[in-house]
Design a protein around this ligand. Structure first.
Ligand code: BGC
Length: 784
C-alpha cells in the first residue's frame, strides 16, 4: 500500500490508477514481490536470496520453534518472526494462527521468506487411522499409501506443509514404547511400508495440492536402545546396522523423501544429532540424499547432556558440521536454541565457515521454493471443514482398521459371531478400553475431535441393533505409574480409582458377564501407555486386567478378547484359555466400527503380525530373523535357548488367522540354478480351502546356507496380500535376484552377493514349512 502511495505522487492521474492496479495485482498474484520470480530455477532463486541475507537472517532459517497454543500466545513469537530469526514452526495446527504467523513472515520481515509449518502427522490428522504398527499389520502398502495421502490432505488443509513421519525405526523390543510408531521388527516389511508412506505423504510432488513433505525419522538406530528404554544408547554392529536398521531409511530415500530427522540417542557412542558418519557418509555421500536434516526436539543442545559437546556453542558446531541443517527447539528450555544463540558467533570466530552455513540454509530455502511456499504462503481457511469432513476419509479409516486387525486365535471358530443368532440376546462389552474414545485412537493424536471416535462398545451396539441388549462395564481402571508429557499436553491424567471403587467396579463387570450370553472383553493399554517416553519394564497386561480376564473367562460363557494396544503384551494365559483373540491395536477413529465388522463377519480378518509375539518379557528381544546357534533349531528337543519356557514365541512373525483356511502348494523356482547377478522367479499356488472369501498374505523367506558371514535362519524377501473366494486358487510370483540376495558382510565389510545354496520358503508366517532351494553359482563359472 505504501508503495501505491509513493507511485501516486510521481505519476499522472491516469498512470497512477494503472500503476496501483498493476502493483495490487502483482501483490495479489505473487504476494512476495521481493523474491526472485518462480520461473527461475530453484538454484538461482536460492543463490539470489542467499546473496542478500545477513548472517543473522541465515541463522534464522536454521531455527525451528515449537508453538503450543495451550501454553503460548502468538505475540510471543511474532517479534522473532518479524526480524527473521525463525525459519520454521511446529505444532501450529490452527489455520488462522498459521496465516497470522505467515503474514508476519511474508509481509513484515525484511526478506519476506515464508515459514515452513511442520507437525507430527503420524497416523491421521482429523481422521485418525490405525497406529503405524497396525498399518504395518495390514501388509498392504497400497492401503498405507492411501491412508497417508488422506492424512496429508487433512494436515495440508490447515496449512501444515511438512510431517515428521514416517518413523522408520526397526524395533525388536516391545518394551520400547515407540514400537507403536513403526512397522515392527523386519527390514523388508519396514522398507515396503517406508516407501509407501513417503509416496502417500508426498505424492509425485510434495508441493501439489493435498500433499506434504515427509520426514524419515529417527536417523538412525533409535529402536535399538538398551533394555527398551526410550532414548537409551544403542550399540549396533555395522552388519546389523546395514542389514537391519538402515534399509527402511534407504527405501525412503529411494522413494524421494524430502527430509530426515536425526535421532536423540547415542549410536555406538556418538549421538545421532552429532553423527557425521550417519548424516554425511551414509545419508549424503553413499545414498545421495538431497533433502534437509532437522534435529529431533532440542537434540542439538542435548549433545551437551550426552557428554559429547562441551557447551551449547560446541553442540551447535558439532551438529552443523555433522550435517544437521535445522535445529528443532522448544523455546524456554535452557538447552534449546543452540543454533540461534551460537552460529553467528561461531562464524565470526572462524570455527564455522560461511559456506557451511550457506550449505544448510540452501537446503531449507530449496525446500521452501520447491514446496511453492513463496508463491502460495497462505492457506484457505474456508476449505478446511470440507476437506476434513470428506466421508471418503472415514470410509478409508474403517477399511484400514479392518485390514489391520490380526486374528491371533479362534478356537472352535467362535468368531465370527452371528448377527441375529437366536441364542444371543445379550452381549457384555467389558474392559477399561471398551468404551474409551481416546484410547481407540492411539498416541500422537492431538487435534481431532475425540467425540468422532467410535468405541468397540458403540460399534457392537450399532452392529447388532436394538433387539440385542449390549451393556458395558469397565471392570478395572488403567493408569500409568508415571504421567506422560503427552497426558499433560492433552490435558488428561486418568485418576486411579479408590480401593472401594475398584472392588465395586470389578464385581459389577463380573456380574454383567454372568448375566450375558457373550462377553467381549476389551483389554490392553491406553493411548499414552505406548509411544514416546512410554517404555515399560514388562509387557504384562497393565493393572488388574489379567484378574478381570480370568474372572470373566471362568464363567463358562463364550469370551472374545479384543486387544487395544501399541505393543505385543503378555497374553500367554489368554492364549491357552480364551477361545478368540483379536488384535486390533489402536485402530483409530473408526476402530469400534471396524472391530464390530470383524467380530460379526462383515469383514474377514487378514492382518499379520509385523513383530514376533513373545511368551513373556523374559524372551525379549525375540525376532524371527536371528542367526542359528551351533545347534540347528529343527533338532528335536532343541534346548540351547531357555530351559524354563519354549524357545518359540507365542505367535510367530507374520502370524494371523482368517475365517477361512488357505493352503500353499506347488512351490517352484523358474530355474534351480542361476549365476550371481541373475534373477529367478519363485512361484507358489495359494488356495482358499474354506467356505468364506478371505485374504491371505503369501510370504517369501530365504536363508543363505553358507558364505563369508553367518546369515539369519530366515529373512522375509517378498509378500503379497491376496483375496480369494472359496475354492479359488491363485499363483503368486516373487522375484529372487540381486536385491534379495545381497547383504552387508561383517567379514568382508562390504555389500556382497555370494554363490551359495539358498533355502526358500513360502507360506503364511515365518514358520512356513513349504520349502525348496535355489543354487547361486559364480557369475564367471558354471559350478561353485
Ligand atoms: C520426537 C519426534 C517428534 C518431535 C516433534 C520428539 O520428541 O522424538 O519424533 O517428531 O518430538 O514433536
Amino acid at each position: 500500500m505504501l508503495l501505491c502511495l509513493f507511485v501516486a505522487k510521481l505519476a499522472s492521474m491516469r498512470l497512477k490508477v494503472v500503476a496501483c492496479f498493476a502493483i495490487a495485482v502483482a501483490l495479489f498474484v505473487a504476494p512476495v514481490t521481493a523474491q526472485p520470480r518462480a520461473s527461475q530455477s530453484v538454484d538461482r532463486r536460492v543463490d539470489e536470496l542467499l546473496s542478500r541475507m545477513t548472517i543473522e537472517e541465515k541463522v534464522g532459517q536454521l531455527n525451528q520453534l515449537f508453538f503450543l497454543k495451550q501454553f503460548m500466545k502468538p505475540e510471543m513469537l511474532e517479534p522473532d518472526i518479524r526480524s527473521g530469526k525463525v525459519g520454521s514452526l511446529l505444532f501450529v495446527t490452527d489455520p488462522a494462527i498459521i496465516n497470522r504467523f505467515q503474514k508476519v513472515a511474508v509481509e513484515n520481515s525484511r526478506l519476506k521468506i515464508p515459514l515452513l509449518f511442520g507437525f507430527d502427522v503420524i497416523h491421521g490428522f482429523h481422521t485418525i487411522f490405525p497406529v503405524p504398527l497396525a498399518m504395518a499389520s495390514s501388509w498392504d502398502p497400497a492401503l498405507v499409501e492411501q491412508a497417508q495421502s488422506v492424512a496429508a490432505s487433512e494436515a495440508r488443509a490447515v496449512g501444515i506443509r511438512w510431517t515428521f513421519a514416517p518413523m522408520l525405526d526397526i524395533a525388536r523390543d516391545p518394551r520400547w514404547g515407540r514400537i507403536v510408531e513403526g512397522a515392527g521388527e523386519d527390514p523388508y516389511l519396514g522398507s515396503r511400508m517406508a516407501a509407501a508412506q513417503v509416496r502417500g505423504f508426498q505424492g509425485e510432488d510434495p508441493s501439489s495440492p493435498g500433499r506434504v513433505l515427509a520426514c524419515m525419522k529417527h536417523f538412525a538406530g533409535y529402536g535399538a536402545g538398551s533394555g527398551g528404554r526410550d532414548y537409551d544408547s544403542a550399540f549396533i554392529a555395522d552388519a546389523e546396522l546395514f542389514n537391519v536398521y538402515l534399509p527402511p531409511f534407504k527405501a525412503a530415500v529411494d522413494a524421494g523423501v524430502g527430509s530426515a530427522m536425526s535421532s536423540y540417542m547415542d549410536l555406538n557412542d556418538v549421538p545421532g544429532t552429532g553423527n557425521a558418519f550417519l548424516l554425511r557418509d551414509v545419508l549424503r555421500k553413499t545414498w545421495g540424499f538431497k533433502g534437509f536434516v532437522v534435529s529431533d526436539a532440542n537434540a542439538v543442545g542435548n549433545l551437551v547432556t550426552h557428554g559429547f559437546a562441551e557447551d551449547k556453542s560446541d553442540a551447535a558446531y558439532r551438529a552443523l558440521t555433522a550435517g544437521v541443517d535445522l535445529e528443532m527447539s522448544f523455546p524456554g528450555d535452557p538447552i534449546a536454541g543452540a543454533y540461534a544463540s551460537s552460529l553467528t558467533k561461531l562464524v565470526q570466530e572462524g570455527r564455522v565457515t560461511k559456506n557451511q552455513i550457506d550449505e544448510a540454509v540452501r537446503r531449507i530455502l530449496e525446500a521452501k521454493f520447491r514446496l511453492g511456499l513463496f508463491e502460495n504462503p497462505y492457506v484457505d481457511e474456508s476449505r478446511v471443514a470440507t476437506i476434513h469432513n470428506d466421508p471418503e476419509h472415514r470410509r478409508l479409516a474403517r477399511v484400514a482398521a479392518q485390514r489391520s486387525t490380526v486374528l491371533l486365535r479362534n478356537e472352535g471358530s467362535l468368531l465370527p459371531l452371528v448377527k441375529g443368532d437366536p441364542k444371543i440376546s445379550s452381549v457384555a462389552v467389558i474392559g477399561p478400553l471398551a468404551d474409551s474414545k481416546r484410547d481407540i485412537r492411539g498416541s500422537w493424536v492431538f487435534v481431532d475431535d475425540v467425540n468422532r471416535a467410535v468405541t468397540v462398545f458403540e460399534g457392537v451396539r450399532a452392529k447388532v441393533g436394538s433387539s440385542v441388549k449390549v451393556e458395558y462395564a469397565p471392570g478395572v481402571d488403567l493408569a500409568r505409574a508415571y504421567p506422560s508429557i503427552f497426558e499433560i499436553i492433552n490435558g488428561r491424567r486418568p485418576a486411579a480409582w479408590s480401593e472401594a471403587q475398584k472392588r465395586a467396579e470389578f464385581e459389577k463387570a463380573v456380574s454383567l458377564a454372568r448375566s450375558s450370553d457373550v462377553i467381549i472383553l476389551v483389554l490392553g493399554e491406553h493411548e499414552e501407555m505406548s509411544g514416546e517416553a512410554a517404555s515399560q519394564s514388562t509387557i504384562d497386561l497393565p493393572g488388574q486386567q489379567l484378574e478381570l480376564l480370568k474372572a470373566v473367562s471362568t464363567l463358562g460363557k463364550p469370551v472374545v478378547l479384543v486387544l487395544i494396544n501399541g505393543r505385543p503384551l503378555e497374553i500367554s494365559w489368554a492364549a491357552a484359555n480364551v477361545p478368540a483373540i483379536l488384535e486390533a491395536w489402536h485402530p483409530g477413529s473408526e476402530g469400534g466400527n471396524a472391530v464390530a465388522d470383524i467380530l460379526y463377519g462383515d469383514a474377514t480378518p487378514g492382518g499379520k503380525l509385523p513383530v514376533t509375539w513373545p511368551r513373556s518379557t523374559g524372551q525379549i528381544p525375540i525376532f524371527y530373523a536371528h542367526n542359528t546357534t551351533q545347534e540347528p533349531e529343527t533338532k528335536k528337543n532343541f534346548t540351547s535357548r531357555y530351559w524354563d519356557i519354549p524357545t518359540s514365541p507365542l505367535y510367530p512373525f507374520g502370524h494371523g488367522l482368517s475365517y477361512t483356511t488357505f493352503s500353499f502348494s506347488n512351490l517352484r523356482v523358474s530355474k534351480p540354478e542361476m549365476k550371481v547377478g541373475e534373477s529367478a522367479e519363485v512361484l507358489v499356488d495359494v488356495e482358499n480351502t474354506g467356505r468364506r472369501a478371505g485374504d491371505e498374505v503369501a510370504q517369501l523367506y530365504i536363508h543363505q546356507r553358507y558364505g563369508s558371514a553367518s546369515r539369519p535362519v530366515r529373512e522375509l524377501k517378498g509378500f503379497e496380500r491376496i483375496t480369494l473366494a472359496p475354492g479359488q486358487k491363485k499363483t503368486v510370483r516373487f522375484t529372487v535376484g540381486k536385491a534379495e540376495l545381497t547383504y552387508w558382510s561383517g567379514a568382508l565389510r562390504d555389500w556382497v552377493q555370494e554363490p551359495a545354496v539358498f533355502d526358500l520358503w513360502v507360506g503364511a508366517d515365518a514358520t512356513a514349512p513349504l520349502t525348496t532351494t535355489l543354487r547361486v553359482v559364480p557369475a564367471s563359472s558354471v559350478l561353485p
